[in-house]
Design a protein. Structure first.
Length: 261
């Protein structure tokens, strides 16, 4: 019975590991104060977040949504070095030396609260026709790292019937092309830029593929939580598999002892 007891204890220990797993990184949560019925000429929304990695700077911006795993681009504004454009915000608690004092630091638990402008146009991209979103993404020092991408779709209000649609004000898109790879597993590596960013968060987006229904009804603040890290998930699967193997072996030993007895 000693062998059977040891196997049972080992199985119980692995079961605990499978259930608890490795502590997961807190999921990132992003909230936007208004996501539907956005004025075509533009308006300001409040964006709050928490659970972000404080070792990595991010941009909070209004961008064309190119789908999961692809860098949101183009975006209104750029790295807001002066804080005056209102089109995007650079959040970082450890910015490059040239940006010290110019970024907004994270709050406790990787949190932040900022305001940005959203509207119908991003450069020549019409967000009333194509899918745009308020997004977070790693800053220009980690353009290929998609680990902090969170997207909340924004819908532009339909023009009032019988009223001419005023010419929308486009959010500026300036500077040279972005250098992000736009997909794949996050590398986590940090580049060392020679100087400040050119101010461009975006380049020309892909051709329009689907129309977005324009809505004019306001709605409460919308939140989105990113997918949790898969590490704990795989721990649970592996632990459950090992528990099954050990329990099967224990049952076989018990049957053999009963037969021999």
């Amino acid at each position: 019975m000693r062998i059977g007891s040891r196997v049972a204890v080992a199985a119980m220990a692995l079961l605990i590991v499978a259930v608890t797993g490795t502590p997961a990184v807190a999921a990132k949560r992003l909230t936007v104060s208004k996501t539907k019925g956005i004025e075509r000429a533009g308006e300001t929304v409040t964006v709050t977040g928490r659970g972000y990695d404080e070792t990595k700077g991010i941009y909070v911006a209004f961008c064309l949504d190119n789908g999961p795993g692809v860098m949101p681009s183009p975006c209104g504004g750029g790295a807001d070095m002066s804080g005056g454009s209102g089109a995007s915000v650079w959040i970082s608690s450890n910015p490059p030396s040239y940006a010290e004092g110019l970024t907004t630091p994270y709050g406790r638990g990787g949190s932040f609260r900022v305001s940005i402008r959203v509207g119908q146009m991003i450069g020549d991209v019409d967000c009333a026709v194509r899918g745009c979103a308020v997004v977070t993404r790693n800053d220009h020092t980690r353009t290929g790292d998609r680990s902090q991408d969170v997207r909340i779709p924004v819908r532009i209000a339909a023009p009032e019937s019988g009223v001419a649609d005023p010419a929308p004000t486009a959010a500026p898109v300036t500077g040279g092309p972005a250098t992000g790879t736009g997909g794949g597993r996050p590398t986590g590596k940090q580049s060392t830029p020679a100087g400040p960013p050119t101010g461009k968060l975006a380049t020309a987006g892909p051709p329009a593929t689907a129309a977005v229904v324009a809505l004019d009804a306001a709605e409460p603040a919308l939140s989105r939580t990113s997918s949790a890290t898969p590490l704990g998930h795989w721990w649970a699967i592996g632990g459950a598999f090992l528990v099954g193997v050990l329990v099967t072996g224990l049952a076989g030993r018990i049957r053999n002892r009963r037969r021999s007895g």
